[in-house]
Design a protein around this ligand. Structure first.
Ligand code: HEM
Length: 529
């Protein structure tokens, strides 16, 4: 027999369950039939709730799913109750570049807000005075002049990469057959070592030890963990703090470990007396470290120490930059090598250009690489087909509403340009799935009868645009040019017929960034070396 109290509890629980079901159903009804975004095309279940996009992100499929939706529904797709995805290049300017008379579209906190327990960074801060101050503090680390000063450091790591790979090729003694090398690892070692040196004055020594630093494994876990966090935010932001504690322990541990290891290195670097031209030096010379309270107390007090950063901001920004500055460049290197070994005619053109320009390896300099047409075309085509940040960079329509591609949208609408889908859009690029560096050559651009005449090249913006454009773009280009040129000069490369010799880009999992897997290629020393 139920007592009266038990009966009341059951009744209250039943009522709560019915109420929840009613609220969820009425939300779905609103999303489908009353929401101002209802006129935009897209799958019904994606419009009804954020769960499909959150699940797709957790599975690492979001980029590919959104592309399929654009191919089916066109340039604008409703990918969530309050979210639109665009593949019209005009949306790039409307969303990411400041339009006179319009308010700034802020980055969408669902994707970019700081991870609980960590500090704000150059990537997470909203566009405004604090963000501009931090950008200024960091920017001296990325100027043309600094890059020239950093060239010898970059060369040191690329020399080591080439030497290590040559050791493998020679040690295996299979000059005819060549040696099979997992080049994905080697590219990752190189870009992590470089970023370690540039940020902390200490390499991770991956190249030296021919293996990943344990921290890097943590970083890979961290990427997936961030995707889970974003999924929670996509579904129901108010539950973020509560659900964050329910994430698998491995995931939250990865975030904590990455942050605390990074902070330790930051403080070690801050304690060094050195005149090296690295990113920390840029911060220290641009006003030094700012009193924590200067940012914490209201906007009136924010001017003192203009151009400097607080310790918290340094910790937040440098922690983010380890990933932003290494994973991305490694992805581009894998993408270009993958495309080259699968298109031997293009690889030959690159090799001919590099070996024809530089009599010896030592002659290869950044200033000359900048002007090599085919090398730069290979890099541009890689940025198009394999953008290292393939997800749409989500922003919010400002309060009061605004237009995107001529459509008026209510304030708070989540809007993004689907980078991967736009870059491969058959309506915007000739043979959009094919690796054709020729589309970037001056001869194709100037020739009005070229098959590439209708290509919308300025739709390729792998580094973003406007006030948030990638700060490390020139550094990334320098690394890419130097590493690709040295690989083409030093080795004959070929596709490996192994399981990991295939690297189907359209099947790779993507969270905010691409999840890498092993990638085998065959390396041989060229006959003339
Ligand atoms: C191929 C390599 C790279 C690609 C494709 C890339 C791409 C991007 C993209 C798409 C953004 C976001 C832009 C936005 O929010 O609108 C970004 C931001 C950023 N990247 Fe890169 N990146 C690369 C390499 C690097 C490197 C090597 C560094 C530095 C070591 C770096 C530092 C940054 C910073 C500091 C930001 C934040 C800018 C801001 O919000 O003001 N990136 N990058």
């Amino acid at each position: 027999m139920f007592s009266l109290t038990e009966f009341s509890i059951w009744r209250a629980m039943l009522l709560a369950a019915l109420l929840s079901i009613f609220l969820v159903l009425s939300r779905i009804f609103y999303n489908l039939y009353l929401n101002p975004l209802r006129k935009f095309p897209g799958p019904v279940h994606w419009a009804a709730s954020a769960i499909p996009s959150a699940v797709s992100l957790c599975r690492g499929d979001l980029v590919h799913d959104v592309r399929k939706l654009h191919l089916k529904y066109g340039d604008i797709v409703r990918v969530g109750p309050n979210s639109l995805s665009f593949t019209n290049p005009d949306a790039l300017r409307d969303i990411m570049v400041h339009r006179p008379g319009h308010e700034t579209f802020q980055k969408d906190g669902t994707w970019w807000d700081v991870i609980p327990g960590q500090a704000e960074s150059v990537v997470s801060l909203p566009t405004g005075r604090d963000h501009a101050r931090i950008r200024r503090a960091l920017s001296a680390g990325f100027t043309e002049k600094t890059l020239i000063a950093q060239e010898s450091m970059l060369r040191k790591y690329v020399d080591l990469l080439v030497a290590k790979l040559k050791d493998i090729v020679v040690a295996e003694g299979k000059q005819d057959k060549g040696s099979i090398v997992n080049i994905a690892d080697w590219y990752n070692y190189t870009t992590f070592d470089i970023i370690g040196d540039l940020m902390f004055a200490e390499s991770f020594d991956c190249l030296r030890d021919s293996q990943y630093h344990p921290w890097i494994t943590v970083i890979f876990e961290n990427l997936r963990a961030i995707a889970y966090l974003i999924s929670i935010r996509l579904m129901y932001r108010p539950l973020e703090t509560m659900l964050f504690t329910c994430l698998p322990a491995k995931a939250t541990q990865a975030m904590d470990d990455h942050y605390s290891m990074s902070c330790k290195k930051i403080h070690r670097r801050l304690g060094l007396e050195t005149s090296r031209p690295d990113i920390m030096a840029s911060v220290l010379q641009n006003g030094g470290i700012r009193d924590e309270k200067a940012t914490m107390t209201g906007s009136k007090d924010r001017n003192p120490g203009e151009g400097s950063m607080t310790i918290n901001e340094i910790e937040g920004s440098f922690t983010t930059l380890i990933i932003a500055g290494s994973e991305t460049t490694a992805t581009s290197l894998i993408g270009s090598t993958n495309n080259l070994v699968n298109n031997p005619d293009k690889l030959k053109k690159l090799v001919d250009e590099i070996r024809g320009t530089f009599p010896t390896e030592k002659d290869i300099t950044l200033s000359q690489l900048k002007d090599l047409p085919y090398l730069n075309a290979v890099i541009s085509e890689t940025m198009r087909l394999c953008p290292p940040v393939p997800v749409g960079l989500a922003h919010l329509v400002p309060k009061g509403g605004d237009t995107v591609c001529g459509h008026w949208l209510p304030g708070g609408t989540h809007v993004s340009v689907a980078t991967y889908a736009l870059h491969r859009d058959p309506a915007r690029f000739y043979e959009s799935e094919k690796f054709l560096p020729e589309r970037w050559l001056a001869s194709s651009i100037e020739d009005s009868s070229s098959v590439f005449k209708d290509d919308v090249r300025n739709a390729v913006q792998a580094f973003g645009l406007g006030k948030r454009q990638c700060l490390g773009m020139q550094l990334a280009y320098a690394e890419l040019r130097l590493i690709l040129a040295r690989m083409a000069w030093s080795f004959d490369m070929e596709r490996a017929e192994t399981r990991d010799g295939l690297y189907p880009w359209s099947e790779l999992r993507t969270y905010q960034l691409l999840e890498k897997r092993p990638f085998d290629i065959i390396l041989r020393e060229p006959a003339s070396c």
